[in-house]
Ligand binder design. Structure first.
Ligand code: PXL
Length: 282
């Protein structure tokens, strides 16, 4: 069955994020995921990074008014079923994104749901966000978020909670929920307690849902967080409630990691396109 019916406009999702010249993470991963999940991807570029599979050697933020302009331009004309943020780089860009989202009716309890992936660093530890911008995340974006999707490193930066076991993962979800997002997904990818499974934890303020998945022995997980958040946004654009969107994205990411591949001398990317057939006979 074709992923998209011929000639029918699919739902649209917007990624507000940075580029990775190696093509593994950031906007490249987001657009692959949107496509594979059957939505049309729009993009607001927040920063250009100079990087390959080994590391990041340059970060070049886009002027905040141009970031806002991209969001308002597509929201008004193309219409959006969901939006997600990734690398936002600076406090000034976060401020511009928050204001543009309000103007474009993007955010929790508004017309377009908003997924916030609070990207702070690359998997090599290269900074992708100014240290001073963490507060802007907490105060300007979390209250506007339908869902936030931090990994455990980001949880530590945002809450000072060092999650080493499941109990602390629950505690962190509660603290993060207190910062104003409607739902919180604390991803467990880096939890040492789980050797064969990787348990992500969803909390909506009343109910916790554990989402277990297999852990793969691979370093080729570059872009995994972006792929997860984009798959959630894609499913929200298609009309799923948050819980269903997150469950879909978890299954989707498991396959993307299963199909990940080596690239360059460093970490290879997850394969967001695992769902697209490689059959060339058309
Ligand atoms: O995966 C997080 C991420 C997001 N956005 C950009 C990145 C990375 C990780 O390297 O480079 C642009």
């Amino acid at each position: 069955m074709p992923l998209q019916p011929v000639g029918i406009t699919p739902p649209r999702a917007l990624t507000i994020a940075g580029t990775d010249s190696g093509g593994g993470a950031g906007i490249a991963a987001d657009l692959r995921t949107f496509t594979a999940c059957g939505v049309h991807g729009c993009l607001a570029v927040c920063a250009v990074t100079v990087q390959n599979s080994v590391g990041v050697t340059g970060v070049h933020p886009i002027p905040p008014d141009i970031v806002a302009g991209q969001i308002l331009s597509v929201a008004g004309d193309i219409g959006l079923g969901a939006a997600k943020t990734g690398m936002l780089a600076s406090t000034e860009i976060i401020e511009a994104v928050a204001a543009a989202c309000d103007e474009a009716d993007i955010g929790a309890d508004r017309g377009t749901p908003l997924v916030i992936d609070p990207v702070a660093a690359s998997m090599h530890g290269d900074p992708l966000l100014a240290d001073s911008a963490l507060d802007a995340f907490r105060t300007l974006l979390f209250p506007r978020a339908t869902l936030i999707t931090p990994n455990l490193d980001e949880v530590r930066l945002l809450t000072d909670i060092d999650v080493h076991d499941r109990t602390a993962q629950y505690d962190a979800a509660k603290v993060l929920y207190g910062l104003g997002a409607r739902c919180v997904l604390v991803k467990g990818g880096h939890l040492a307690e789980d050797t064969e499974v990787c348990v992500d934890l969803l909390y909506d303020g009343s109910e916790f849902t554990e989402l277990p998945g297999p852990r793969f022995a691979t370093g080729n997980t570059h872009g995994g967080g972006d792929t997860m958040a984009s798959a959630i946004a894609a499913r929200l654009a298609l009309g799923d409630p948050v819980r269903d969107a997150v469950a879909f994205a978890k299954r989707y990411l498991v396959q993307a990691v299963r199909h990940s591949y080596p690239l360059g001398a460093g970490h290879g990317p997850v394969s967001a396109l695992w769902r697209i057939s490689t059959d060339q006979s058309f």
